[in-house]
Design a protein around this ligand. Structure first.
Ligand code: UT7
Length: 332
């Protein structure tokens, strides 16, 4: 068996900053409502013409540089995204080409907001037997062109970005090297609740037609307060499962990185887990909810700022459309 250690992280945010005041000019909302209900002050959005691989590639390059791993040595590339460049091919293949990582097998995992956690879980399965030594896992999303700028209940929430991690499979018998790595990854889904959060148009159910666009089916539909309740419950349960399965408690956690959808969700989950807010990595105020990108971006920033240090126990959990949810516990 092999341990899966974190060799390096990276992230990329588009340059365009969109403050809450922008939404005051296009829908009936206020900076005060957005701030108090979500914790969001601003978010990043792509420039015209940018696509998912344009964000995922620099995030990956930064992670590879931090890890000291040349791209041609990668064995596996997994992109957690539901907003890839094209319906086909996968964004994984496009990133592989951009990086020149032609030894790797590359594919996408469509798991909405927990896309990075799903990516870690899948990578771990490939790596535990040692058959794939070096992996790149990216969580990235461009939500800004999937939101309806006439729907105040969703348009204020989302942003764009990408984060990445380079992982290495190390034989368990090898005593030296980096700390424990990915201790566990638990993923779950419940397709019965898909209609509470979904993007109906653009796939095979509602292919691109003028009528589909006229019906605004290409945009996110969400029953926010229902999603809120399920998110708090599922993220808490998954985080508890991560700790229990490793014989640890929340007192052992050095840093908690929950999905950054809403400050009130993060506060509720941290409270239920009995984790003080000082241990919670928060980026939602500056990036909003960039879906699969929130956790790897927050992890990368916390590492680069020297908050998350080698050996720290980091607990991550997420929730999103599907419903899908999950947790990852890592000894960085
Ligand atoms: O990343 C995937 C997971 N997604 C999430 O986790 C999102 C989870 N949900 C949420 O974060 C919250 O439910 C929201 C931020 C989306 C909404 O907050 P809420 O406290 O649940 O508000 P609500 O949906 O119950 O709406 C309360 C009121 C409504 O008005 P009435 O019916 O009470 O008159 C809404 O129309 O707030 C109104 N409202 C707004 N008002 C000003 C909704 N959006 C806005 C807005 N500005 N942007």
């Amino acid at each position: 068996m092999h341990r899966v250690v974190f060799k390096g992280t990276g992230s990329y945010l588009p340059e365009r900053v969109v403050p809450n005041s922008y939404f005051e000019t296009i829908v009936e909302t206020t900076d005060e409502w957005i701030t108090t209900r979500t914790g969001i002050k601003e978010r990043r959005m792509i420039a015209s013409g940018q696509a998912m691989s344009d964000l995922a590639t620099p995030a990956a390059q930064r992670a590879l540089e931090a890890a000291g791993v040349p791209p041609e040595e990668l064995d596996l590339i997994i992109i957690g995204t539901s907003t890839g460049d094209m319906l086909s091919p996968s964004t994984g293949c496009l990133v592989q080409n951009n990086l020149g990582a032609f030894k790797a097998v590359a594919f996408d995992v469509n798991a909405a907001c927990p896309g990075f956690i799903y990516g870690l879980a899948v990578a771990r399965k490939f790596m535990q037997d040692g058959s794939h030594r070096l992996a790149l896992v990216v969580g990235g999303e461009i939500v800004s062109n999937r939101i309806d700028f006439e729907d105040r209940a969703t348009c204020v929430l989302f942003g764009d970005g990408a984060g990445a991690a380079v992982l290495e499979a190390v034989p368990e018998s090898e005593p030296v090297g980096l700390p424990g790595g990915l201790l566990s990854a638990h993923i779950r889904s419940n397709g019965a609740l898909w209609e509470l959060l979904y993007v109906p148009g653009g796939g095979s159910r509602h292919p691109p037609t003028h009528e589909m666009i006229d019906r605004r089916l290409q945009f996110v539909k969400m029953q926010g307060n229902e999603v809120f309740k399920h998110a708090v419950r599922a993220m808490t349960e998954s985080a508890e499962q991560a700790l229990a399965s490793n014989g640890l408690t929340s007192a052992d956690v050095d840093w908690f990185i929950p999905h950054q959808a809403n400050m009130r969700i993060m506060e509720a989950v941290a409270k239920k887990l009995d984790i003080p807010m000082e241990k919670v990595v928060i980026t939602v105020h500056k990036y909003g909810n960039n879906s699969a990108a929130t956790i790897p971006i927050a992890l990368d920033e916390a590492v680069r700022e020297g908050r998350v240090k080698r050996g720290d126990l980091v607990l991550c959990c997420s929730f999103g459309a599907g419903f899908v949810w999950g947790s990852a516990l890592l000894r960085y």
